[in-house]
Design a protein around this ligand. Sequence first.
Ligand SMILES: CC(C)(COP(=O)(O)OP(=O)(O)OC[C@H]1O[C@@H](n2cnc3c(N)ncnc32)[C@H](O)[C@@H]1OP(=O)(O)O)[C@@H](O)C(=O)NCCC(=O)NCCS
Length: 195
Amino acid sequence: MDVGGEREQGAEALPAKCASQLNASGLAETLLYYSEVPMNPHSKLEFFARNMRSSDLDLVVKNEAEAYEHPWSKRIFIDCLRAGYQCWVLANKQQIIAHGVISVATGESHLLTLCVSPEFQRQGFARKLVRILLDRACKLEASVCFLEVRSSNAGAIALYQSMGFMQVGERKNYYPDHRRGGEDALILSRQLPLR
Ligand SMILES: CC(C)(COP(=O)(O)OP(=O)(O)OC[C@H]1O[C@@H](n2cnc3c(N)ncnc32)[C@H](O)[C@@H]1OP(=O)(O)O)[C@@H](O)C(=O)NCCC(=O)NCCS
C-alpha cells in the first residue's frame, strides 16, 4: 500500500479536527500494550503489540529497507506519528519485528503501510498486526478499511484476501516504476469489524 504513487506522499497531515479527536480520546497514549500475548503460540519468542514511538524509528526504517523494494523514509514515519495515525509495532525488549500504520477519519480507515522483518515472515505476524490495526480503527468508529497494494505483490494480496478484503478498484500506473513504466495499484476494502 505504497501511498500516493510514491511512498513519500503517504503522510499527509490529518485534518485538524480529526487530529484533535484522536488526542482527546487519549488512545494513542493509553493503549501501550495489547492483551494478545504471546503473539505466536508456536514461537519461543514473545512479541508485544504496542504503539510506535519516535525512539523506534531507526529500527522501523531498517526493517522497511530490508523488506520493501520501496521503503518509507524516517521522515514519513515522523509525520505519521505527528498526525496521530495509529502506528503500531510488534516488539520485545530487544527487537522490533513488524510495524503497521492505519489512519482513521470520518468513519473510514486506510491501512497505509504494513511490514514484517524478512526473518520473521510467514509466521502469522502480519495477520496478527492487521487484526490489531483494524481493531483500533473500529474503536475509533471506522466502519470500513481501504488499502492499496501493488498488483505484483502476490503475498500481500493473499494475506488481505484471506482476511476478507476484496478488490473494489484499480489505479493504472499508480506506482512509478522506471523499469516497467509504472505499476498498477489494486484498491482493496472490507467492512469492519473483523469477525
Ligand atoms: C506481506 C507481508 C506483510 C506478510 O507478512 P507475514 O508475516 O509473512 O504474513 P503472515 O505470516 O501473517 O501470512 C498470512 C497469510 O498471508 C499469505 N502470505 C503472506 N506472505 C505470502 C507470500 N510471500 N506468498 C504467498 N502468500 C503469502 C498467506 O496466505 C499466509 O498464510 P499461510 O502462511 O498460512 O499460508 C510481508 O511479506 C512483508 O512485510 N512484505 C514486504 C512489505 C509488503 O509488501 N507489505 C505489504 C504492502 S501492501
